[in-house]
Write a protein that binds this ligand. Structure first.
Ligand code: NDP
Length: 447
């Protein structure tokens, strides 16, 4: 079987040179699927896996805009419409200088399996730009978003492709993007999720990814008759996912002691309580400052650079920043320091050797495509509310989110067991997601 995986990967790498994150994401999935394909030779004959790895459509475009000094700036825009087997393309937009085709293809590919796990009929996409919103004025961000949407709009539609936010795309950017879309098409429709509450957004969407990652950790712990209560937690990042991860950890009686950004990390052994979290939200979402300022305000430790995973004395960790933020060394440091729960809010935050280490150690390891699926699931709930011209209460949405996370956990847990690798949530998530997509593709013929 490993020969089959190697030859599959060789073909994929030749066809998609230089896209290392995409290769990494596909390799993990293909390795998990070897057992499933063996049991379902019909999928091999229909070349389901080969088809899944080829995006249905990739759009790349120029995004010219004027900065505050009147200079012309040019960025590159992308939308990867990867798979519509079970619903319209759905997945976020990322604005970050590191964005390139390979990164967006990895994210869109992960989204296929994640979205299939949500129990909601949504396909998979991802997009974004190498534009960096950091250090830009609100007007510059608006002009960029308007230019970006002036091309992207023609590929979107509430039954075609519905983007959301991701790194660098929060409430402000979604607002500007939506305004320009509406202006061009002259229709008010739910073509983006993560919208403001007064104009078609859903309660709990902002909170959903972080809350969901903690619900997923709680479910993993439940398999050992434990809970988050009284557990110390390491959280990385300090953006949307990290903030609401901390909020839910606090709700459930745990204690979050770290946060980070691309400059460094803070360690607050007293815990990041509700008041301190409100400060972080203002710092990051309004003042757009650095996490270092938290340490100055609350007189706690601040360290420049990486190292958040070396903090000792925690049981749980919630990587919530970016891909490959947990190296092999970090993974070893985490388990050595006492961590036995890793619930990934970020997408693919652990390098392959690190994942292998977690699985070998038998810890509760929830991969991003399962643990962070609450965000896109709640986007699906936002779409349902838009389609019904209605809005649900906070409690209704949170209850749906919670039950979706329980269902995702159950699907991963049971599938891992059924395919002979109990406790391996990586295999569980990949196989359960794949089977759903593969069945739909078989039914729809060679398209
Ligand atoms: P935000 O932009 O709100 O926050 C990102 C955080 O991660 C910031 O603190 C940022 O620090 C840090 N970060 C980003 N890139 C790097 C880097 N290269 N090195 C170190 N730190 C970095 O994004 P989100 O919270 O929305 O997203 C975080 C992760 O969660 C991503 O992997 C995203 O794909 C994933 N995700 C998000 C979902 C959502 O609903 N938003 C849904 C599912 C997954 P700095 O400000 O210094 O750059």
């Amino acid at each position: 079987m490993s020969e089959w995986v190697d030859s599959f990967m060789e073909g994929l790498i030749t066809k998609n040179p230089g896209e290392k994150e995409f290769h990494q994401a596909v390799h993990e999935v293909v390795e998990s699927l070897a057992i499933a394909i063996e049991r379902h030779p019909e999928y091999r004959d229909a070349k389901i896996l080969e088809r899944i790895c080829e995006p249905e459509r990739v759009v790349m475009f120029r995004v010219p805009w004027l900065d505050d000094e009147g200079n012309v700036q040019i960025n590159r825009g992308f939308r990867i419409e990867f798979c519509s087997a079970i619903g319209p393309y759905k997945g976020g937009l990322r604005f970050h200088p590191t964005v390139n085709l390979g990164i967006l293809k990895f994210l869109a590919f992960e989204q296929i399996f994640k979205n299939a796990l949500t129990t909601i009929p949504i396909g998979a996409g991802k997009g974004g730009s190498d534009f960096d919103p950091k250090g830009k004025s609100d007007n510059e961000v608006m002009r960029f978003c308007q230019s970006f949407m002036t091309e992207l709009y023609r590929h979107l539609g509430e039954r075609t492709d519905i983007p959301a936010g991701d790194i660098g795309v929060g409430a402000r950017e979604i607002g500007f993007l939506f305004g320009q879309y509406k202006r061009i098409v002259n229709r008010f429709e739910g073509v983006l999720t993560g919208k403001g509450l007064n104009w078609g957004g859903s309660l709990i969407r902002t909170e959903a990814t972080g809350y969901g990652a903690v619900y997923f950790a709680e479910e993993m712990l439940r398999t050992r008759d434990e809970s988050i209560k009284d557990k110390t937690c390491l959280v990385s990042g300090s953006g949307n996912v990290a903030q609401y991860t901390v909020e839910k950890i606090n709700d459930l009686g745990g204690k979050a002691v770290t946060l980070s950004d691309s400059s460094g990390f803070i360690v607050d052994h007293d815990g990041i309580d509700a008041e301190k979290l409100a400060y972080v939200m203002d710092l990051k979402n309004v003042r757009r400052g650095r996490i270092r300022e938290y340490a100055e305000k609350y007189k706690c430790e601040y360290h420049e650079g990486r190292g958040v995973w070396n903090v000792e004395g925690a049981e749980c960790s919630f990587p919530s920043a970016t891909q490959n933020e947990i190296s092999f060394e970090d993974a070893k440091a985490l388990t050595k320091g006492g961590v036995y729960v890793v619930s990934e809010g970020a997408n693919m935050p652990t390098v392959p050797d690190g994942v292998e280490h977690f699985i070998k150690e038998g810890i509760l390891y929830g991969p991003g495509k399962a643990a962070n699926a609450g965000g896109v699931a709640t986007s699906g709930l936002e779409m349902a509310q838009n389609a019904g011209h209605t809005s649900w209460t906070r409690e209704q949405v949170d209850e749906r989110l919670h039950s979706i996370m329980i269902a995702i956990h159950k699907a991963c847990h049971e599938t891992a067991e059924e395919y002979g690798t109990p406790g391996n949530y990586v295999n569980g998530a990949n196989i359960a997601g794949f089977l759903k997509i593969a069945d739909a593709m078989m039914a729809q013929g060679v398209v």
